[in-house]
Ligand binder design. Structure first.
Ligand SMILES: C[S@@+](CC[C@H](N)C(=O)[O-])C[C@H]1O[C@@H](n2cnc3c(N)ncnc32)[C@H](O)[C@@H]1O
Length: 397
């Protein structure tokens, strides 16, 4: 069977849910005509704050109507799209009654992505706790979810607190989506002076210690961040410390060696990109109006697990065999000077440049391929990656 990769095509449920979201937003969060007209400009301003002007991002932006409405119409659906794609590719083995805790949940983005992308889980019992310091975001998220899934048997609770303030039943799955980038900075942009759950010093070890106290022994932590260098770098640092503390990191990493894409200085950073041609028309239109068109969506993520039966897994690759390795394809294809197509990938031997002839195998970001190491290795002069020629039709799985 062909491996569906980390980002299989979105399900009809996910696409239908996103297509209907504009109507739901209108019902749950009605806007006066003048506010509707101001929406593209608001999205643009919020985008500037969240990207190039992060140090001036108002701490309470999710409670300010102008920014909340911009978030709901642009970031929420795009994040549902991204998170839904990832959730389709992960192997979720949450037992009935499992507890998901979502720190910095905002308008319950992850919950909506889970509902839309995993219809097979809709009948099962699940406890979901959303923690966020913005009560407005939690409230509107609750209304959106209720309108999406009025019959859901899932037990949904919200906690309007800074993360880390209150104890809760250890999570089977602790989720943080677009959260680390928000708190991994000082009050005025200096890095490292606030922890990812809101208080105290922010060393990665301390962050992990705190999370370890919030996760069940057979548990998982899923971090999902934007596909930008800063986020890739943070996740690479967290991965290294997590491995040292005994966590396994089954995705996206196909090995437990040093990260060959740490994003430091000029090194590449680990992130995945996929085309968005199937996203709903209303969202593409609004994105264009906001001058933020999105032909491609990208993300970085990290799945950390511990114990014998973690609730999130990846479909295991076949054992690669002697002299072979599993490579996670990270980049999209690009032209090489020798006329072939190249793709960067991650392996236990470091960064790999997968080369293939046009018309040959064409793995996409998130796929796994098994390669056989040749007797003598070449290196890509540009990146220093080990160059491997993909053999026709045999390597992808
Ligand atoms: C960029 S939004 C992400 C929302 C959602 N997880 C998503 O992926 O769309 C970040 C959220 O984190 C919340 N937040 C930031 N720092 C927080 C903290 N220390 N404790 C709780 N929530 C926090 C903000 O209020 C905001 O709702």
């Amino acid at each position: 069977m062909k491996d569906p990769g980390l980002f299989p095509a979105p399900s009809a449920e996910l696409l239908d849910g996103l297509a209907g979201m504009q109507r739901t937003l209108r019902e749950v969060f009605p806007l006066k005509t003048k506010h509707r007209a101001a929406l593209p400009g608001g999205i643009r301003r919020l985008s500037d704050y969240l990207t190039v002007d992060r140090e001036n991002l108002p701490r309470d932006y999710m409670t300010r109507p102008e920014f909340l409405v911009a978030y709901l119409h642009y970031y929420l659906p795009w994040n549902i799209y991204r998170q839904g794609r990832l959730l389709t590719g992960l192997d979720l083995a949450l037992k009935p009654g499992s507890q998901i805790v979502d720190l910095g949940a905002g308008p319950l983005t992850f919950l909506q992505a889970l509902w839309l992308s995993r219809p097979g889980m809709r009948e099962q019992e699940l406890d979901y706790l959303a923690v966020d310091r913005s009560e407005s975001a939690l409230k509107v998220g609750r209304k959106l979810f209720d309108s999406l899934a009025s019959e859901a048997p899932w037990k949904i609770s919200t906690d309007n607190q800074p993360a880390g303030r209150k104890k809760f039943r250890p999570a089977d799955l602790l989720v943080m989506a677009n959260f680390i980038n928000e708190v991994d900075r000082g009050p005025r942009g200096g890095r490292g002076s606030r922890s990812a759950d809101g208080g105290g010093d922010a060393s990665v070890t301390q962050m992990l210690e705190r999370w370890e106290g919030q996760v069940a022994n057979d548990g998982a932590i899923l971090l999902i961040e934007p596909g930008v260098r800063d986020s890739g770098r943070s996740l690479s640092r967290i991965r290294q410390t997590a491995l040292e503390r005994g966590w396994r990191v089954p995705a996206p990493c196909p090995h437990a060696e040093d990260c060959p894409m740490p994003g430091r200085r000029n090194t590449p950073w680990c992130h995945f990109t996929f085309p968005t041609g199937d996203s709903p028309a209303w969202l593409s239109r609004l994105s264009h109006q906001a001058k933020l068109p999105k032909d491609r969506a990208s993300l970085s993520f990290l799945l950390m697990v511990r114990g014998e039966n973690p609730p999130v897994r990846i479909r295991p690759p076949k054992s690669p065999g002697k002299g072979c390795s599993v490579v996670r394809v990270v980049s999209e294809g690009f032209d090489l000077p020798n006329g072939k197509l190249g793709r960067y990938g991650c392996s236990d031997h470091g960064l790999v440049l997968l080369e293939n002839r046009r018309g040959g195998p064409s793995p996409v970001p998130g796929d796994q391929v098994t390669i056989k190491w040749p007797d003598s290795t070449r290196r890509d002069p540009k990146s220093g990656a080990l160059a491997i020629l993909l053999s026709e039709g045999r390597d992808r799985r």
